[in-house]
Design a protein around this ligand. Sequence first.
Ligand code: PMV
Length: 317
Amino acid sequence: TAEDMAFGYGKIILTGEHSVVHGTHAVAAPITLTMKAKVWAADKDVQLIIPRWGVEQTLKFGEDHEYSIYKSLEMILDRLELRDRGMNIEVVPEVPRAMGMGGSAALAVAIIRALDRHFQIGLSDNEVRELSYESENIVHGGASGIDNTVSTYGNLLMFQKGTPPEMETLNLEEPIPIVIGLSGVESMTAKMVRRVREEYEQQPDWYGEIFHKMDKLALESKEAIEEFDLKRLGRIMNLNHGYLNALNVSSPEVEELISIARENGALGAKLTGGGGGGAMIALCDSESSQQKIQHQMHSAGYDALITSIKPSVSKEV
Ligand code: PMV
């Protein structure tokens, strides 16, 4: 059953995607959607089963895999010294694929935790975070580590990349109402990260200044969250989106969703995740505002989810 499955959280980034790859702070939160996984013994071979995606495949080690998920799984089994064990790995994916909600990191965390549970390895959260970071770098090279960190700990946190990264759990008085608008267009995280890097190399002064401003916004968003000043947080998110536009990582659908959110009373709205498609988030001041925005997004033909950022479940990071 789903209850006895291990899981990794999906996430939204409130401030600092892309700039975080270049060393700035960023603030991200887990969402209630997770990737779930379960391992059970088999005589031989490693079989990956994802019924919802129609995947049922025996892993062949060392082959050129079509999907990076197999490469990542191979690496994980290698690191945990499990590649000679027979097993079935079943995954229940709730996080939409390629929507800028950290699905790949959540998948890695879920599989690592399921392996840890089945083979009683006794991994610490820190080890889960490190291993899922390696997986992220296989899936899209040059990852900052923010996705897999939030996915591992499940806390609202401020993050700065490094070895180990700087991670600070943020205190929150009460839940923050959010609407996630889905563009329906696959997010292209790897491509967007590459594009930003190339432009940065061409125009280091301008990009350096933009990243610096994005860093300031992320630091200020932490203050706004801890003071529960949602109006200020909304303004910060709007500014952050302006800088993401300067980096050219948005898309027409995401822009339309942002307009819908702002016209219907959102305190702030921005792209979340890698962009080039994917998702946006709208910060709301009430449940009725969430419902109105969701309704308008549906009317325009988009999927939209009502969710909230919750006070952290544990203090540990
Ligand atoms: O698109 P996602 O959910 O994988 O988020 C990517 C966030 C980036 O800042 C663009 C990349 C990264 O590794 O931090």
